[in-house]
Ligand binder design. Structure first.
Ligand SMILES: NC(=O)c1ccc[n+]([C@@H]2O[C@H](COP(=O)([O-])OP(=O)(O)OC[C@H]3O[C@@H](n4cnc5c(N)ncnc54)[C@H](O)[C@@H]3O)[C@@H](O)[C@H]2O)c1
Length: 355
């Protein structure tokens, strides 16, 4: 029986072959198909899959939004609902989301809420969306200044990963995805090995790493869809990473989500050494990797109090206790590791002296 908490994941040739079959089903059932995209993905990504829609072109409609996080909002959601309504989309309509995490989050939520749920399919086009945002069923919009404030868990029927989309991805976006991709290395006890020879060029190894990471996330989500236990490991690097992200934002510094996670991993590996006996060479290797691929995110000692304040509001904390994901001495992830504010302070001071 299909697990309602996971989508089916397909890569490259398999994805295109499955999508071809899928198109025939849409045609046979005369389903209306809507393609949600932004101005960038319409220009760069749509041409790569356009040919597959020829058979159903009379029943295919575009819903286009401007690119960027600032458009993951209620106005755009309403505009999608309106366009579906105007085009007479019924409960059998299909919404295909072609884009990065903004499109898959917004489109996923539009599909979840329109007529109490219509079929949705993701074509993630950024590295971050391929290994993270398009998987796991978290959908939603930003609201009143709060990120992902309104949303729902809603699974896409299928996720098609086509790594050719990455050819046009700007370098900064690559780095943001790389931060999340590294995280899976630590969650699967491989560390940085799969990415040691990483380059922004397409290669077989990178494709395998992407699909392994994506499949790993789907398996974890299937085991713990509502994040009561195991799914928490996906937050590795994120407690301190999110604090760096919020801190940078408050100072109008540009730090992308995955870049913040990559920096957060430095600090959380340090805590893993201190609290869980992780071998120090794992931390040292990662610091070299981080220096090589990222412009290190810098803080000074006087920033530490601010960062501690931000972390104390982290939604992953329970009953006033700070909880963290660490990597243990066997290089396996462990969640709900309690941490004292003093240990955190010491870690951040160490980090401030490192870069
Ligand atoms: N639902 C989840 O589990 C989850 C997890 C992580 C992140 N997210 C969300 O994902 C969003 C970030 O996603 P993102 O990093 O993919 O950013 P994004 O969707 O904003 O895309 C980044 C930029 O790249 C452009 N772009 C996309 N694909 C391209 C391509 N192939 N070639 C050229 N340009 C391309 C987009 O138009 C955009 O300008 C955030 O809103 C975040 O909250 C969700």
């Amino acid at each position: 029986m299909m697990n309602p908490y996971t989508a089916s994941l397909f890569l490259n040739q398999d994805a295109l072959a499955d999508f071809e079959k899928q198109i025939r089903v849409f045609k046979q059932k005369r389903q209306k198909v809507f393609v949600l995209l932004d101005d960038h993905t319409r220009y760069f990504c749509w041409p790569l899959i356009q040919a597959y829609f020829i058979e159903i072109q009379n029943d295919t409609m575009f819903v286009e939004i401007p690119h960027g996080e600032e458009n993951k909002n209620l106005d755009q959601l309403q505009s999608i609902w309106k366009q579906l309504t105007k085009a007479g989309a019924g409960r059998d309509a299909v919404l295909i989301n072609l884009g990065g995490g903004v499109i898959t989050d917004l489109g996923g939520f539009a599909a979840a809420s329109y007529k109490r749920g219509i079929t949705t399919i993701h074509f993630p086009t950024t590295l971050l969306a391929m290994v993270d945002a398009a998987l796991g069923g978290k959908t939603g919009i930003d609201f009143e200044g709060y990120k992902n404030h309104i949303g729902a868990f809603y699974q896409p029927q299928k996720v098609y990963v086509l790594t050719d989309f990455l050819k046009t991805l700007p370098e900064r976006q690559w780095k943001s995805g790389l931060g999340e991709l590294i995280k899976y290395g630590f969650l699967t006890a491989k560390g940085i090995k799969p990415l040691e020879n990483f380059s922004f060029l397409q290669n077989q190894q990178l494709q395998e790493t992407i699909i392994e990471a994506a499949q790993f996330k789907l398996n974890v989500v299937a085991e713990d869809p509502t994040e009561n236990g195991m799914r928490k490991i996906l937050n590795f690097g994120h407690t301190i990473g999110h604090a760096f992200e919020s801190f940078a934002m408050s100072k109008q510094q540009m730090l992308m989500h995955g870049e913040a996670v990559a920096a957060g991993i430095v600090a959380e590996l340090y805590l893993s050494v201190k609290l869980k006996g992780l071998k120090i060479y794992v931390l040292e290797e990662y610091i070299s990797f981080y220096r090589l691929h990222f412009e290190p995110f810098k803080i000074v000692a006087s920033d530490v109090s601010n960062l501690l304040e931000i972390i104390s509001h982290d939604k992953k904390n329970r009953g006033g206790e700070l909880l963290l994901v660490c990597i243990n001495s066997n290089e396996k992830p462990v969640f709900d590791v309690p941490i004292e504010p003093e240990q955190l302070r010491e870690c951040l001071i160490w980090y401030s002296e490192l870069f």
